[in-house]
Design a protein around this ligand. Structure first.
Ligand code: MLT
Length: 271
């Protein structure tokens, strides 16, 4: 897997945010998931950069962005606010916005903060609802585990859940490359993001207010944000298109880049 393009860093509210900007054309911003970074979008950047200005930020703490100064205060709105201010700095007032998984949770907060700037949405392997009580408790247990044992065992276990059964059986190298891509983010980054995901609001009330073209993508074998969650989300957004990626799990954009890119390009080139 490549390095995710040349990284630029900009100071946003006192925190340096890393991002890549590649290509020419309408601005398309892609938000990565947990515990990944902007390099996860490399297969999509390669497919889009001939026609779009593709901006891939590292969310606060991930990739080449600074860790959060106060991890206990991190929220999805903090991540989203930094993205909105990055766009202000870059001078992009109308964008196509995409988010994968946690990046989708952040995407909903960008919609809440800056709906007028968004021309279209791409929501991949994510969900609109908040965590269940059990999911919240699991996140808190994970935070305690990371603080006690360090992050590496957790990251290796968690990464294994990102890919589907087909990828595990037939393309083991994909999991290894995702594990390398994840690296070892700083502990405050991981605990801050886990706490922020646990506390995130229910974004389902936003769905009916979305009035821009929307593509929802999901890996057929996604067990973290399964196809049912994608279906529910797509059915709440007027006119949304739902595409299921065969033989792919949660990390569908990396596991099955051809099918994922075909659906993505078909959508964004017809806007
Ligand atoms: C992600 O892929 O961003 C996370 O797995 C999402 C989550 O844990 O809810």
């Amino acid at each position: 897997m490549a390095e995710g393009g040349m990284c630029v860093r900009k100071l946003i509210d006192g925190t340096a945010l890393g991002y890549s900007i590649e290509g020419r054309g309408p601005a398309l911003v892609l938000l990565h998931g947990f515990p990944l970074n902007r390099a996860m979008w490399e297969p999509q950047v390669a497919a889009l950069r001939d026609r779009f200005t593709v901006i891939t930020p590292d969310l606060i703490g991930f990739g080449e962005s600074d860790p959060p100064s106060d991890p206990d205060k991190m929220t999805m709105d903090t991540f989203a606010g930094a993205v909105v201010r990055l766009l202000d700095t870059l001078g992009h007032d109308r964008i196509i916005l995409g988010g994968f998984s946690m990046g989708g949770y952040v995407l909903f907060r960008v919609v809440a903060q800056a709906a007028a700037r968004i021309g279209a949405l791409v929501i991949a392997d994510s969900r609109a609802g908040a965590d269940s009580d059990e999911a919240r408790q699991r996140r808190m247990a994970t935070i305690a585990r990371i603080r006690e044992q360090g992050p590496d065992a957790f990251l290796t276990e968690f990464t294994a859940g990102l890919v589907g059964a087909s990828t595990k059986a037939t393309r083991p190298g994909v999991l290894e490359s995702i594990r390398r891509l994840v690296g070892t983010p700083p502990v405050p980054t991981l605990t801050g993001a886990l706490a922020a995901m646990a506390a995130r609001p229910d974004s389902r009330p936003l769905l009916a207010k979305i009035a821009v073209p929307t593509l929802v993508l999901v890996g057929e074998e996604d067990t973290i944000t399964p196809p049912d969650a994608a279906k529910e989300m797509a059915s709440g957004i007027r006119g949304a298109r739902l595409v299921t990626i065969p033989a792919a799990g949660h990390a569908a954009n990396i596991e099955a880049p051809q099918a994922f890119n075909a659906a993505l390009l078909d959508f964004v080139t017809r806007l």
